[in-house]
Design a protein around this ligand. Structure first.
Ligand SMILES: [Zn+2]
Length: 387
């Protein structure tokens, strides 16, 4: 009988690495060791950018021919908060009653462990070599600003001549049970600040001043009133939320000279960043008329919306999940952004990992049984991909 790789042991080892962004914490060293022993060629890259912390990354590949399947993920985690609030220490890798606890258990060291274990088993069953290529593209900068992580890693790989056919990213997109959801797209995200300029003055003499608060309220309600679109085939309607109103005026009898409001838009594939900005600015202009002096400061955004087209790869992954868990996953585009937004420029990407319920929370955890099931799903994907 063949001895199987143990995803639980790998997951526990990874969880014991305190790899809070941007710290490597030993997690990439661990993966480097395991993948090296399995015959992968492993590259370690540290990327830098002025004003941001240096971040370590890993790229490992086995095989030289097509097809090339990339397993992508991140070993960095968000801070655990107060460790005393946890029922099991956040970097202990404790298992209690069939549940594995730890920061990163679902987001997403658990899924990385499952991918590694599935790959080791697949290789062992196929004479140590894939019928094509398998790579691991693992960043330490997903939970942070995502500048010295996947974007640069993908660019570096492309410059080396690496060509990817498909990618499975291990974000925890399952909602309630393992196998209920595949993410095949993401909404885009765009931040902006609405700035209204008025004229400062005494509240007792409003005719000598121009209160920007009036204009702010008017433009804010105009931007909130009308939906941005009706949603698309694959996406819910785009949504604009104001997150802060900033006037900062401590004086009771003073009309302020300026008023600002911050907002975030999560947008679907009805829009590009440009079309979205144009739409918002047109609505603001209409509401402002001749009276209100306004501008919108748009923050740079690296999060466009995208959706992976249906086809054989989506069918392959869907089928693998269905065969292992017994039910067909929903194809979803909900939730926040992920590194899939960078990967999609290089190859079609799907996201499938653990159940996301406890991600970023105190007592982040996964059922040990889910790690076993997820490893079987990844193994099935590999077996079907490399026939
Ligand atoms: Zn994540």
């Amino acid at each position: 009988m063949t001895k199987h790789a143990d995803p639980i042991a790998i997951a526990r080892d990874l969880l014991r690495c305190p790899s809070v962004t941007p710290t490597e914490g030993g997690a990439l060293n661990l993966l480097e060791g395991v993948l090296n022993s399995a015959g992968f060629t492993v590259h370690r890259m540290t990327f830098s950018e002025p004003g941001t912390a240096d971040v370590e990354n890993l790229y490992a590949r086995i095989g030289t021919s097509a097809p090339h399947l990339m397993f992508a993920g991140h070993t960095d985690v968000v801070p655990p908060g107060d460790p005393k609030a946890w029922s099991h220490a956040p970097f202990s890798g404790d298992i209690d009653n069939g549940v594995l606890y730890g920061r990163g258990a679902v987001d997403m060291k658990g899924a990385i462990a499952c991918k590694v274990a599935a790959t080791l088993d697949h290789l062992a069953a196929n004479g140590g070599k894939p019928k094509g290529s398998i790579s691991f593209l693992i960043t330490g900068d997903e939970e942070g600003v995502a500048i010295n992580g996947s974007p640069k890693l993908l660019k570096w790989a492309a410059a080396q001549g690496e060509k990817f056919d498909h990618c499975v990213l291990g974000e925890p997109g399952n909602v309630a049970e393992l196998g209920d959801t595949i993410k095949l797209g993401r909404r885009g995200s765009q931040n902006g600040v609405l700035v209204i300029t008025g004229k400062m003055g005494d509240v007792a003499y409003p005719h000598r001043a121009d209160n920007p608060v009036r204009g702010l309220v008017k433009l804010m309600s105009a931007l909130m009133d009308e939906p941005l679109d009706k949603g698309s085939h694959k996406f819910d309607p785009s949504n604009l939320e104001f997150t802060s109103i900033d006037i900062g005026n401590p004086t009771v009898n003073l009309i302020p000279g300026e008023a600002r409001a911050r907002f975030n838009i999560r947008f679907n594939d009805c829009h590009s960043q440009v079309s979205l900005r144009t739409l918002i600015e047109r609505r603001a202009a209409e509401a402002a008329g001749e009276r209100v002096r306004w501008q919108i400061d748009w923050e740079p955004s690296n999060a466009d919306s995208f959706v992976t087209k249906p086809g054989p790869f989506v069918d392959l992954v869907t089928g693998a999940i269905e065969e292992v868990v017994g039910t067909r996953p929903a194809l979803s585009t909900t939730g926040g952004t992920s590194d899939a937004r960078f990967i999609k420029d290089y190859c079609p990407v799907l996201e499938f990992g653990l159940v996301g319920q406890t991600m970023h929370q105190v007592d982040e955890r996964t059922a040990v049984a889910d790690l076993v099931t997820l490893t079987s799903v990844y193994r099935k994907i590999l077996d079907r991909y490399f026939v």
